[in-house]
Design a protein around this ligand. Structure first.
Ligand SMILES: C[S@@+](CC[C@H](N)C(=O)[O-])C[C@H]1O[C@@H](n2cnc3c(N)ncnc32)[C@H](O)[C@@H]1O
Length: 367
């Protein structure tokens, strides 16, 4: 992913996280998930200043993080462990604070928290967990499905996700493999944290609703509790930040959707017709060409023609049904539902007809 267009690194929170680490006098800290090491640099400098140590864990770090680790191979303030969090955490003792940003799914996060709790001895609890906001709050993401026991794995896909849609779409935000369905039990990072906290009334969760959401979980009886709470208070559950986050996600998703439709254009061009020319065709020409493409099984191209038909002749029921069929034939069920929704928004009176025709076509498709 590119941090220039869409901020996503936990390092975005450095001006909040580092002061909280300072008031907690955290010396030995663990970072789970380094990727390019964007935050590793800051955390490492912090650990050095405190005379402590940063331990970074990642099974598949990017080369930049490995290079950084190599330059510090003998430094007492840094250690790199190439393993998963659930392999590495049981080996670590006397840790003051953790930054969790590895595998964003229920099983991993819940077990990370349980391990941290078990190994904390009498230390106060201090965990910064990333991705407690959309899209991973209520939807598992899997870097490597095989690492998750089957009973915890939700049916998953590499299709895209968009706001306010618990299913999947072909454009959307693509982040590894994610649960096909958002919500429900044992699904997502925030769900894992909430389930963990249900057994720990002595812990507080503050959520900063920006840049995919930062959760800070800390002991209410820590000597530094009030100082940490005061630092977090302006940001925790801040409605302005939440609105800004939603807005930036909507804008980004809009860019992805436009790019998806633009990339559909070459398919139309491959049939000898540019998108502009397509729009200029008469409905009858579009209809005939779409039918012909459908008969040849060229569903993506046929879909472009039907889409142009529904634009130039939105009252033409067969255009909408054609689009629906093309999506269904390509296995894009969520998109197919959206097409029917769009048609019904324009023509609510079509409800019964569309239901009957879609059912009939579904029967035809399965025969
Ligand atoms: C979102 S990136 C981390 C970004 C980084 N923390 C930052 O703020 O710039 C997630 C990283 O977690 C690593 N990862 C995936 N599964 C993991 C696991 N089970 N334990 C530790 N790290 C994991 C991935 O290899 C990837 O490099």
């Amino acid at each position: 992913m590119n941090d220039d267009l869409l901020l996503y690194s936990m390092s975005t929170f450095r001006d909040l996280i580092i002061p909280v680490l300072e008031v907690a006098k955290a010396r030995r800290i663990v970072e789970v998930g380094a990727e390019y090491g964007a935050f590793t640099h800051d955390l490492c400098a912090y650990a050095q200043r405190q005379g402590g140590q940063l331990i970074t864990i990642d099974p598949e770090p990017q080369p930049a993080a490995l290079q950084f680790a190599a330059t510090l191979s003998n430094a007492p303030h840094f250690r790199f462990i190439k393993a998963t969090s659930l392999e590495a955490l049981p080996q670590l003792d006397e840790i003051d604070a953790y930054l969790l940003d590895g595998d964003h799914n229920y099983y991993t996060v819940r077990n990370e928290l349980e391990l941290i709790w078990q190994r904390r001895a009498s230390r106060p609890f201090l965990v910064f967990a990333h991705d407690v906001g959309w899209p991973c709050s209520r939807r598992d993401m899997y870097y490597a499905e095989e690492r998750i026991p089957a009973e915890y794995r939700h049916p998953s896909s590499r299709e895209g996700v968009v706001l306010d849609n618990p299913g999947m779409v072909p454009w959307g935000f693509r982040i590894c493999s994610v649960a096909r369905q958002e919500g429900g039990p044992k699904n997502g990072v925030l769900t894992a944290i909430e389930d963990f906290l249900a057994g720990h009334p002595d812990l507080q969760l503050d959520v900063v609703p920006a840049v995919f959401g930062l959760g800070v979980i800390y002991s209410k009886d820590a000597t530094w509790y009030s100082q940490a709470a005061a630092l977090l208070a302006p940001y925790a559950n801040n409605p302005l930040l939440a609105r800004l986050e939603r807005n930036r996600l909507k804008l980004y998703l809009r860019v992805l959707e436009d790019a998806y439709h633009r990339s559909a254009t070459p398919a139309a061009a491959a049939t000898g017709i540019s998108e502009q020319n397509l729009a200029a065709l008469a409905p009858e020409q579009l209809r005939l060409r779409a039918k012909e493409l459908g008969q040849r099984g060229a569903w993506a191209e046929a879909s472009e023609h039907y889409r142009a038909l529904t634009k130039t002749a939105p009252h033409a029921l067969d255009g909408w049904l054609g689009r629906w069929e093309c999506c269904t034939r390509q296995g894009h069920d969520t998109l197919a539902d959206l097409v029917l929704d769009e048609a019904l928004e324009l023509h609510p009176e079509w409800l019964e007809t569309l239901k009957d025709m879609a059912a009939a076509q579904t029967r035809n498709l399965s025969n």
